[in-house]
Design a protein. Sequence first.
Length: 482
Amino acid sequence: MLNKLARSEKMVARWVVTGEMRLETAAHFGGEGESLADMTLLRDPLDDVTPLLPGTSLAGALRSHLADVLGGYFSYEDKAVATLFGASRKHEDEGAQSPLIVFDSLGRLPDGKKIEIRDGVTINSASGTAEFHKKFDIEVLPKGTIFPVRVELIVEEIAQEAELVSFLAESLAGMGNGDISLGMRRSRGLGAVKAQNWKAKRFDLTRQDGWVNWLTSDHVHPIINEAPSYHLPVEAIHTAYPEINMKKISDNRKRMVIDLRLQLIGDLLVRSPGCEPAAPDAVHLHSAGKPVLPGTSLAGVMRAQALRIARCVRDSKGDGDEWINQLFGPRIEQSQDSSLTQPSASKLRVSENLVSDTKPRRQTRIAIDRFTGGVVSGALFDEEVLAGGKINVRLELRKPTDAETGLMLLLIKDLLSGEIPVGGSVSVGRGVFKGTAKLFLDNGKQYDIGPDLHVQQEVMDDFNFYIKNFREYPLSTEEVPA
């Protein structure tokens, strides 16, 4: 055993791949430190200012993406994943160290933008109001923050190189097509990224000049800036080493994707405190200076409506709450004994998107004493709402059953018809949306829902099939790997 540990590992090649990752939405990479917010960002310990993305976080996201592609969502990890990322923690004594090195990255904020603070609150699904002592603040990086990406792959045997590089290219590609999100609340729209400007270089370590080139390369920038960059990592890899015969990887993921095109009817207000002296008491939430509809707000009201639907449709079976926990994930903090609740991730992912073609409108409001009919003392406040606007939202349901598809169809019907208001002050008519949708099912079928919920008759027949499944079929008890 000692000889095995003491032997020196051989290397036949070393790959360096770099890229530029941009935040498409706000993101939170958690850290510790003194701040005005309850949940702070991770920062470079040298200056305590520059945002830091740990290589461990990025490596975990890349590994998870590759595991999803090879085995499908919520499946046990394919053994092939360990060839690139090393043995998992559960079986760390049964495998080798990862040949992939993922570097930490220091972020660069957009010009003129600062770290943002968002309000968080837990809403009681029964009352629709905020729960007591469930208010918190989160530091987030604004959209447009740039993180350089650098990974290095050590190849010990020529016979393994094509497979390892193929897995690496597939993992990195997830950052370019929106399949990888980073940080906190990924299923609710935060941490969406897009990477491009890929460069790659292969050092041939079977030759003396290859070792010399590696040893004399710049430690921080091993690939010269003048080297051409590519939109996809596979293009950069093929350019760096045209002789490589990369392995074709089949995608085993199953998902239902819904693209919503929503029109705001009236006003919208997702509250955020005003930060300027002349600002109103409450303004609509902005990210990087532009108004957004956060995925947390939309997912929250969708969960509440889905719960009402499930309890109504599944009333005879009494398992409506279990359906919602399976779809949205259990709310452990509300259970009487959290140790009895098995945590699981939400199967539904909701994007965060900009609100376009809208105008801010400032309103002054007062509170009326219901007994005297007069104004409550000190209850004069200003709000700046969004008047009208358009928004495109993507919903993704991973590994859906036919019954879960039926529940989503009922939920989308209510959202498109204005039955699910979003944001604050919905009791005065705010936050109502109407619109159209395009659905992509995991069986390859596509459906369009037009204005006023118009669909073709054959589409309606298919929809009724899924809804019937939700009404009649038993709740799936399929085990989801941790």
